[in-house]
Design a protein around this ligand. Structure first.
Ligand SMILES: CC(C)(COP(=O)(O)OP(=O)(O)OC[C@H]1O[C@@H](n2cnc3c(N)ncnc32)[C@H](O)[C@@H]1OP(=O)(O)O)[C@@H](O)C(=O)NCCC(=O)NCCS
Length: 214
């Protein structure tokens, strides 16, 4: 999909959204979002330079992040997308949409990252809005979830702007040996009705498949 960089996903673009769907930009080619290509994994891995940032992005992936580990995120029920800046051709973002095996109307967003020198310009918000549009449109999702570290203020703000609400705290266990990590669960609902998710204690398994996340 082609997109313009501004306006923000929760502002003027909402005029073009179908009722019940999150807005999705189209038209001016400020950037494009297309299926991830395995050859882009090296670039994406290079954006993560500290263990702390990898913990925010992929708490179940041990440092350092490598291209092979990025490629390993693409499980069969995962649709991975890359964002490219039209003016430069630079890869500037990456994120995944996961189908939940037990609920066809529930999807999961994972591994959202924007190239460091392009952050804070709304790209993350546009990328998430695009995934929501895909999930709610062709994917017919009524609910989209994700988890985020409580101290990742930029990510939380980015997701809230895209229409997510914080629904609960969860205690996850990541790594070997497993290490407890408090995460916030955020949800977007097509209906925008009240949420019924309750706090859970979960393992580090992949939310959609039950396999360990990488
Ligand atoms: C999370 C991430 C994808 C957001 O991408 P982005 O392009 O910067 O996102 P946006 O510009 O759309 O939104 C970021 C928002 O956070 C705000 N922000 C940035 N730093 C902040 C901080 N330290 N505290 C609070 N808010 C902050 C920005 O002002 C912006 O809010 P606004 O739209 O109200 O102005 C990006 O920061 C990133 O790649 N982080 C590293 C990987 C990561 O943590 N991924 C999330 C995994 S859950």
């Amino acid at each position: 999909m082609a997109h313009s960089l501004r306006p923000r996903p929760d502002q003027e673009l909402s005029d073009t959204a179908e009722p019940g769907l999150p807005p999705s930009a189209s038209g001016d080619a400020g950037f494009q979002i297309a299926p991830f290509r395995p050859e882009d994994a090296e670039t994406i891995a290079s954006w993560v330079t500290t263990p702390e940032e990898l913990l925010w992005l992929a708490p179940a992936t041990p440092p350092p992040l490598t291209a092979e580990k990025v490629r390993g995120w693409a499980l069969p029920n995962v649709a991975a997308y890359a964002m490219t800046e039209s003016a430069t051709g630079d890869l500037v973002g990456y994120a995944e949409l996961n189908r939940m095996e037990r609920d066809p109307h529930h999807q999961w967003i994972g591994h959202v990252i924007v190239r460091r020198d392009r952050r804070g310009r709304g790209l993350g918000g546009h990328l998430v809005a695009d995934l929501l549009h895909r999930a709610a449109g062709e994917g017919a999702a009524a609910r989209v979830s994700l988890i985020v570290c409580p101290d990742n203020a930029a990510a939380i703000q980015c997701y809230k702007r895209a229409g997510f609400d914080i629904v609960c705290d969860e205690l996850h266990r990541f790594g070997r040996p497993p290490r407890p990590l408090r995460m916030l669960r955020l949800e977007w609902r097509a209906s925008n009705r009240c949420h019924d998710t309750t706090p859970l204690e979960r393992s580090g398994s992949h939310p959609a498949t039950g396999r360990r996340r990488g």
